[in-house]
Design a protein. Sequence first.
Length: 77
Amino acid sequence: MSGKRYELVFPSTDGTGEDVVVVDRTDTAGPGGHPVYADATGIVRAEISDRGEVRMLPSGGHQVPAHPLAARPLPDV
């Protein structure tokens, strides 16, 4: 299931829908040995397993990343 891109879907901050962040595969592996994905800013980082399990990774000190509702694979471009 590991692709090059995913949409991470979070509950919207106003509670009315969803916030979607697109992340691309990086050259690094996370603590579980699975690929790390990051958004264009490098702030949103997640380790995603081949079974679609997501572990959010902090990108800076004192950051407590939210856990996404879903990780949807996107077609490779």
